[in-house]
Design a protein around this ligand. Sequence first.
Ligand code: ADP
Ligand code: MG
Ligand code: MG
Length: 882
Amino acid sequence: QKFVYFFGNGQADGRSDMKNLLGGKGANLAEMTSIGLPVPPGFTISTEVCTEFYKNDRKYPSSLAAEVSANLKRVEELMGKKFGDPVNPLLVSVRSGARASMPGMMDTVLNLGLNDVTVQGIIAQSGDERFAYDAYRRFVQMYSDVVMGMEKEILDHLLEKKKEQRGVHLDTELTAEDWKELVAVFKSAVKEELGKEFPEDPEEQLWGAIGAVFGSWMNQRAITYRRLNNIPAEWGTAVNVQSMVFGNMGNDCATGVAFTRDPSTGENYFYGEFLVNAQGEDVVAGIRTPQPINRVKDKDGKLPSMEEVLPECYRQLAQIRTILETHYKDMQDIEFTIEKGILYMLQTRNGKRTAPAAIKIAVDMVNEGLIDKKAAVLRVAPAQLDQLLHPSLDPKAEKKVIAKGLPASPGAVSGEVVFTADEAETAAKQGHKVILVRIETSPEDIHGMHAAQGILTARGGMTSHAAVVARGMGKCCVAGCGDIKVDYNGETFSARNGVTVKKGDIITLDGSSGEVMLGAVPTVPVQLTGDFGTLMEWVDTFRTMKVRANSDTPHDSRVARDFGAEGIGLCRTEHMFFDAERIAAVREMILSEELEGRERALAKILPMQKGDFIGIFREMKGLPVTIRLLDPPLHEFLPQAEKDIEDLARTMKVTVNAIKHKVEFLHEFNPMLGHRGCRLGITFPEIYDMQVRAIMEAACELVKNEGFNIVPEIMIPLIATAKELQVLKENAVAICEEVIASYGVKVEYLIGTMIELPRAALTADEVAVEAQFFSFGTNDLTQTTFGLSRDDAGKFLPFYVDHGILPEDPFVSLDQSGVGKLVKIACELGRSTRAGIKLGICGEHGGDPASVIFCHNIGLDYVSCSPFRVPIARLAAAHAAL
Ligand code: ADP
Ligand code: MG
Ligand code: MG
């Protein structure tokens, strides 16, 4: 079995489609090598070694050592250098690379192979003593941190001390002698702190670093990242060993990162940052302010671009940009280094992007002939659209801007200021909206970034950790905000005009402009661009399942239609009962002892209900509307406040005590499983009669007076047995026919039911004899199948998910193997007695991409979700069909 894959000099054992084996980085280093791009030679140790390593008690396969040394030899031959050689030593980097890119999760060691002997070789070869010792001290810093577990701050502190001693501010001001001394100081600090020598032997260094990469696969931050991104631990990481190129050998050297298009807007221009005379992650670490790659886009014109500083390299890089896009047919995120005017590619991968960028790039690439429409549709992740549908600042709102940083990830959010990731997590768990404010973020902060509404950092560029991770999460982020000074100890930050913001104060971030504002600034929904419309048109040509929305008001119905809803899958009528002027009549109805009293109260509600339905039918312009009859337990409508009770007593001409008595009588121990849904309809038929009448009168009026074509779908909730439905349907049909006759028009209507109890699902063949449609109420069906109450689940469900007892919150993503199985069974049974029965889903799951795909696969006619999730559901349905 082959464990090591070579790349170099135009030839590679691997390919870009071997990501599972070589990790993303290794596979693409191989691919870039094969297509003739300048990549420093090296080799990749496959992910299988990682898997074996953990399977065999952290031991490597026995053939690995020989393979590594054979491949190292090939690299030495290509480079004309030897690893550990005193005269012309080869230095390498050791880099991790998993299948899915895990930004910042694994640590890279650069300049490996340096010791007190080889450093002399580097001096002799480069003729640059300062460079050699700078490289050496970096190596000691990185290696002791990543491989040996030395606390990074200790050496950082020693470096600071040195600068103080020498009276300088910048690393670049230290001399060869300084660095040389620091190497010795660092090493003895390591010895003192860890009780062991820093390894001098390059072989030992190499294997130490390889072991550290494999070891880091199981460190806490990697585990957290995998959990948040659903990456299985079995995938493992690969290790890349690559000969070093140096961006820090003078002013004809540089290192940088770039995107082949703007990852924030999707605009087609070369977007990136670089630093002259720098190494490795200096660009993303935010130590020095990086310069732009492209002259045109540096709006302030303060910093010279790479186009100006290194024109020849820029030209070459721009060419590579085109080659990569044509080859990968996607926007690339690249890392490069320039050594003495020669450009080297160190990484490429499909770049992370915001939702607006994803859409623009997909549409542009179709227009450029790079990809087809199908690929474009698949390019945009349904869940990502959520970001687009986030609000932006109300342009008319007053705002007090206290600082401005980089617009790193769009959206506008407000929240309380917190300064640590842990605080962010705790506060978010308690239901607070928070903004995480950090000097800069690191992988240790991921959980806090996840919990926060938005992220504000004082340091770092557009490609800093905070910016990259926030864009990936679709979180609002303002980065590199030099206007603020963060004081972790005092738990405050100061901004312009001497404004001091304390922990707990509310601020607003605008991730699209970079502005930081005091207080909560009002927001408005986003305007969707032309590209969005174009993409969604393509989406609709591919999908076969319809998408409806859940809406109770004419306003929401309009929003839903604007987002492309093809009907209303769930119109809840109970919300209409809570209106201030109606609730009195509703209470009167509930509390009347006699039928007569109830009918009197219902007669007051009827015209209002009818008005609601007219409004909704009108908005939906003949598209199907499913209306659910009253569902919640009656006691939800009962008066609680003394004053309400007194008012009611007066209207109904009864005593206050009589009302209180009745309220007590209606109390239920478990309302979720109590007197609700069709059980109300059975015991108080006049309620449903009134609702059916309101629906049909509304429909008939519009058909008669405004020439609409309306087919109301009347939905009876919480059926457990076919008999319940049969009784209620009979009543409903009688009313419908009566109304239709009285208007003298022809109106069709459907009567169906919600499937939200396991018994209904299991007897769906019997139920379908009566029901013209099923709508799966998967919120209740999840509650009743799991036997858990949604309102109480918060106390233990997160624990279940955290500990992997449940893969996901079943109220967010449909539990396909349990609840989903019931849905599937009910579909099959339903169709067995009523071929062509209309089937849909109206739970919260209708807007969850994975659940939508499931619904497509079991052949539902439609999903229905909240209006703002309609585009997500449409896209997910298209993905399911492709
Ligand atoms: P990450 O996965 O965090 O991006 P990388 O393995 O890409 O880590 O390494 C980080 C940076 O280190 C690279 O962007 C590059 O600047 C530098 N680097 C890695 N390998 C080399 C090398 N062989 N020569 C020069 N620089 C390197
Ligand atoms: Mg890194
Ligand atoms: Mg990288």
